[in-house]
Design a binder for this molecule. Structure first.
Ligand SMILES: [Zn+2]
Length: 387
């Protein structure tokens, strides 16, 4: 992932020449193709919070938090859209009279025609999101990254019956549309042969067999998993490739956890590391002056679990995953006791665990719109400091 220094333009602004007048909805579509809104937790508030989807965007400012100071920085930088990880409007607002920072930020944004967009727990829950970035900077090798608590749901098993001669082309068409994707493998399928039967009724135009007669056909029972986001494409591909007028298809929802979606991350350092050195590395790469830790359980660590933001809810998952250390923030006093001498808990601070998310978001926008103006906020929004 390319690194982007705060305050720098990511891609030069050729607005009006390139990108054909990008609108708020284009930026949102790019972000939601990466981290769909339906993946956000139920308590969250993500997506476009202020502004019109059809508004033309002059420049985007990316920040961890959206505060009044960040809105002022965006105005001064001639950006009219802010993409933040934490949503400015979270629990609901009953009045807007400027008595809080959030109210002043919203009022100022509306006055200035500034669009505000949040990409929060939906970005926590994708494999290439917040926790991928955190695991990466902590030194975990990329190919070892796995979701710590896979998300249940969003997965179907499709069973389709295909005449034997067409089984391979149907399987290919479905796989090319995204069916049969399991973890680091695609084109996963299972096939068993058998005999299908049917009788074509009045008005039918059967591919094989005659009207009014029971026909038996050598068929393949083809099974593939299909992720919820590709069901439409796979259905179209299946209908186009299958020769039958009426395709026999069973769709069943699965309870399996998805390996590409969910909370937290676990990965492996390339080699074991003294726990003190790992703590020092975490402090250095995350910019911490202090961290909170539990008692070390062994001299070295190698398997590292992490969760950006408040991640105490995953302590047991980190232990189950065999992690030597769990890096997160906002662990409460009694929650530290869950270490039970089995894992080293490392609380690095909420801001420290997530500030690099803005660079990740900016890089994603830069990748999609290389000639568009994306700027990282220089405002340090962390409300906490150490003395
Ligand atoms: Zn957070």
């Amino acid at each position: 992932m390319p690194s982007v220094a705060p305050g720098n333009w990511v891609g030069k602004c050729t607005f009006g020449v390139m990108e054909n007048a990008l609108k708020v909805r284009d930026i949102a579509a790019c972000l939601e193709a990466w981290a769909p809104r339906h993946l956000a937790e139920s308590y969250d508030n993500v997506g476009l919070l202020v502004g019109e989807p059809s508004q033309v965007v002059k420049g985007v400012m990316v920040s961890l938090d959206c505060t009044e100071e960040v809105v002022r920085e965006a105005i001064a930088s001639e950006c009219n859209m802010i993409v933040s990880h934490h949503p400015l409007i979270f629990k609901g607002i009953k009045r807007l009279n400027g008595s809080t920072d959030a109210e002043r930020a919203i009022m100022l944004a509306i006055q200035q025609g500034m669009a505000l967009y949040a990409i929060h727990t939906n970005l926590d829950n994708v494999l290439t999101g917040v926790n991928h970035q955190l695991a990466h900077v902590l030194g975990c090798a990329p190919h070892t990254h796995e979701i710590l608590r896979p998300m249940a749901g969003g997965l179907e098993k499709w069973t389709v019956f295909v005449p034997t001669d067409h089984a391979e082309s149907v399987r290919h068409a479905m796989a090319d549309a995204g069916a049969g994707h399991i973890g680091k493998y695609d084109h996963c399928s299972f096939a068993a042969s058998g005999t299908g039967s049917f009788r074509a009724l009045e008005g039918a135009t059967p591919f094989v067999g005659a009207l009014g007669e029971i026909h038996r056909e050598s068929e393949i029972r083809l099974e593939m998993v299909v992720r919820s986001e590709v069901t439409g494409a796979v259905y179209t591909a299946l209908q186009d490739a299958h020769p039958y007028e009426e395709v026999a298809l069973d769709r069943v929802s699965l309870e399996n956890g998805r390996k590409d979606l969910g909370a937290g991350m676990v990965g492996e350092l390339p080699a074991p590391m003294a726990w003190q050195d790992f703590v020092d590395r975490a402090k250095q790469v995350l910019g911490c002056t202090h961290v909170k830790i539990t008692a070390p359980t062994q001299p070295n660590v190698q398997r590292v679990a992490c969760c950006g933001g408040s991640g105490a809810f995953l302590i047991e998952d980190a232990k189950r995953a065999g992690a030597d250390v769990y890096v997160t923030s906002d662990i409460k006093y009694h929650e530290y006791f869950q270490a039970e001498g089995q894992i080293l808990l490392l609380d690095v601070g909420h801001y420290e665990s997530e500030w690099q998310t803005s660079g990740l978001i900016a890089s994603k926008l830069k990748e999609k719109f290389p000639n568009f103006a994306v700027r990282l906020s220089t405002t340090r929004t962390n409300p906490v400091s150490f003395r």
